[in-house]
Design a protein around this ligand. Structure first.
Ligand SMILES: Nc1ncnc2c1ncn2[C@@H]1O[C@H](COP(=O)(O)OP(=O)(O)OP(=O)(O)O)[C@@H](O)[C@H]1O
Ligand SMILES: [Mg+2]
Length: 263
């Protein structure tokens, strides 16, 4: 029998995924039977009202938290079958995070913050790690602040350092949770350019945002409500090029990264 050519496994596959939080007197279903496939190289934005489960979804996608029910595969591997150490290794190697509140370690210098994801990378020599950190800081135009502490930087600068930290390990998946939520419009634009550039260079980008213009930068927008996905497809906005049907491969409609947020 001749082998049938197989479709490559999606980067992420969630099937009937649920996450319940148990507190003293109540159970909250933050994710409620959610299905989602993310192909390698996609850029998708996640929108929805406050409390609908967006950050919970990103925590689960980022292996920071575990689902209470359902299947979660990453590159064809069932995440639930991994032990804590294997999950940490997968997270460390394949996933980069950018948070609204930057989440830099206050006691560490800029360059030490950026080096954090490389700490457990035994495949890289010290010299290679140093080179990677320097390159990542140069990429976000923060090389001149390498020895500073986070508190000595502006918010926009801190977020650029956080992006360098997310990119330094060359992860396949970048998860950004309202990455411009604490920034003015000029810094927000800069951050979006850097994230779009990382996507253009091949990373898969999954971004939670409340900003419709930012959401429209992604050719695929997933809209959540009450722990579920209620809409999944291209946003029919004026700024988007010809809209693609739901689930269409993404690169065709993504506008160029440069200056994308200027009206
Ligand atoms: N650690 C927790 N313990 C208990 N409940 C939680 C916890 N984290 C989140 N929740 C609840 O889960 C639901 C989803 O929260 P989540 O933070 O994912 O929402 P969100 O869509 O990111 O909202 P926002 O837009 O305000 O950031 C909310 O009802 C929230 O109160
Ligand atoms: Mg949130």
């Amino acid at each position: 029998m001749s082998p049938t050519p197989e479709r490559p496994a999606p980067l992420v596959h969630l099937h009937q995924l649920s996450k319940a939080y148990l507190t003293d007197d109540m159970e909250t279903h933050a994710l409620d039977g959610l299905d989602l496939e993310i192909q390698s190289g996609e850029f998708l934005s996640i929108t929805g009202p406050s409390g609908c489960g967006k950050s919970t979804l990103l925590s689960v996608l980022g292996l920071l938290d575990t689902a209470t029910q359902g299947r979660h595969e990453m590159s064809g591997v069932e995440v639930g079958s991994l032990n804590a150490r294997q999950r940490a290794a997968l997270r460390n190697r394949e996933i980069g995070f950018v948070f609204q509140a930057f989440n830099l370690v206050g006691e560490l210098s800029v360059e030490d913050n950026v080096a954090l994801p490389l700490l457990y990378r035994s495949d890289l020599s010290r010299a290679e790690r140093r080179e990677r950190v320097a390159a990542a800081l140069a990429q976000v135009d923060m090389a001149h602040r390498a020895r500073h502490l986070p508190a000595q930087l502006s918010g926009g600068q801190q977020q650029r350092v956080a992006i360098a930290r997310a990119l330094v390990g060359q992860p396949r998946l970048i998860l950004a949770d309202e990455p411009t939520g604490n920034l003015d419009s000029r810094n927000a634009e800069r951050v979006m350019e850097l994230l779009c550039a990382a996507h253009a260079a091949g990373a898969t980008l999954c971004m939670v945002t409340h900003d419709a213009r930012q959401a429209a930068l992604a050719a695929r927008t997933v809209h959540m409500f009450d722990g579920r996905i209620v809409r999944d497809g291209a946003l029919p906005t004026a700024s988007a090029a010809p809209t693609a049907p739901a689930g269409t491969a993404l690169s065709a409609t993504r506008p160029a990264a440069q200056g994308v947020l200027h009206a």
